[in-house]
Ligand binder design. Structure first.
Ligand code: PLP
Length: 394
């Protein structure tokens, strides 16, 4: 007998992965330049040159040290450097002791969720949301409640939120800049969220943790400000990753911040260490901990994403597609021009345009278009998007 839940997770690939695999096969048949694959969120911009330089420099060090274990929470020098960098940017006063290095945001989130969860606990997230949250919350034996999307602005629908909060609420998961909507939660939204949570903490007599999933923090356009969540709410976990900001998704490197202001912060940090241990992470890759520290102040190169966003947003809205203009990340969340977004995705597939139907993001009726692709893919796909729209309207 095997674990049927794990079997289910391992044997069913996600809609996104299925589309991506389909695209690879289809490219073999019709040619790579004839398939417009907008399925995956794999950064299309190469890692900045400073990453390569840092790796080259580090490889000159004695291999047995460079490739050895670090302490479970990460290299102390790395954590201190990252803390100082965050402090300079966001006016915080962290030290290395507030940091726990991870293998990316996925690990950051699953560790935080496991660190605070007891049987029967509930987490709330806001649609549209990253589908893996369900996997991580359920694996910690908790329940994920979905706050419906505010489809006007894709900020938070607070009326619905009040109805979901209860004494069972252990945490709230937010993701801004958002995958898949591209929206950045405003300072007003974060402040309001903090106010509601503080009121509810008092009412229930226990902490409610705000888990800020931030792999896209640096990918924002026109200088949009992404509020730094710990500056608004004490019981915040920051879950960060270099997958998108430095285009290093395959190297698996990120961190968790547990601020001193968090209730019982020392015990919580011990539980974070315990969850990392129980999940078998041991320590984050040491070479890339060091690279992250050496590149702590390297800006993300987002020029190509900004160009792609404009091309796609302007092109699609001119053709009659509806969507909010993304302020960050590299996704466009487009209203399906026909009621069933799955049918629309299938229709697009026939034109070799691969877009992800939104059901798994908890917000049916939309498709996600990842624009971390070559500019040419966007330009060349426009006639197909036009033909699809004409077909829907016919
Ligand atoms: N959270 C969101 C919203 C994401 O989009 C992703 C990856 O696409 C992750 C977490 C996981 O990122 P990582 O590669 O850092 O584990």
């Amino acid at each position: 007998m095997i674990n049927e839940v794990m079997y289910g997770l391992g044997s069913k690939s996600s809609v996104i992965r299925e589309l991506f695999s389909y695209g690879l096969e289809r490219k073999k048949v019709v040619g790579a330049d004839k398939v417009y694959d907008f399925s995956l969120g794999n950064p299309s911009i190469p890692a900045p040159y400073q990453v390569k330089d840092a790796i080259a420099k580090l490889l000159e060090e004695p291999a047995e040290v460079l490739h050895g274990y670090s302490p479970a929470s990460g290299d102390p020098g790395v954590k201190e450097t990252l803390a100082q960098s965050v402090n300079r940017r966001f006016g915080t006063h962290f030290t290395g002791a507030n940091f726990y290095m991870t293998v990316g945001a996925a690990a950051s989130l699953s560790i935080c969720i496991n660190a605070v969860t007891n049987p029967g606990d509930e987490f709330i997230t806001f649609a549209p949301f990253f589908p893996e949250y369900t996997v991580w919350v359920e694996n910690a034996k908790a329940k994920l409640l979905i706050n419906p999307a505010d489809t006007e602005s894709f900020q938070i629908d607070f009326d619905a939120f009040e109805g979901l909060l209860s004494p069972m609420t252990k945490g709230i998961i937010i993701n801004s800049p958002n995958n898949p909507s591209g929206v950045v939660y405003s300072a007003e939204t974060i402040q309001k969220l903090a106010d509601v949570l503080r009121r509810k903490e008092k009412e229930y007599g226990h902490a409610i943790y705000l888990i800020a999933d931030e792999p896209y923090r640096e990918i924002v356009y026109e200088g949009v400000e992404v509020p730094y969540v710990p500056n608004y709410y004490e019981n915040t976990f920051v879950c960060y990753s270099y997958s998108k900001s430095l285009s290093l998704p395959g190297e698996r490197i990120g961190y968790i911040i547990v601020p001193d202001e968090m209730e019982d912060s020392k015990r919580v940090m011990a539980a974070v260490n315990g969850a990392g241990r129980a999940l078998g992470f041991v320590c984050a890759p040491v070479l890339f901990q060091r690279v992250a520290a050496m590149c702590a102040d390297v800006p993300s190169d987002i020029a190509a994403y900004a160009r792609n966003r404009d091309l796609l947003y302007n092109g699609l809205t001119e053709l009659g597609y509806e969507c909010v203009r993304p302020q960050g990340a590299f996704y466009l969340f487009v209203k399906s021009p026909e009621p069933d977004a799955n049918a629309f995705s299938e229709r697009a597939k026939k034109h070799d345009v691969l877009v992800v139907p939104s059901d798994s993001f908890g917000c049916p009726g939309y498709v996600r278009i990842s624009y971390c692709v070559a500019e040419k893919t966007i330009v060349d796909s426009m006639p197909a998007f036009k033909a699809i729209m004409e077909e829907v309207k016919a």
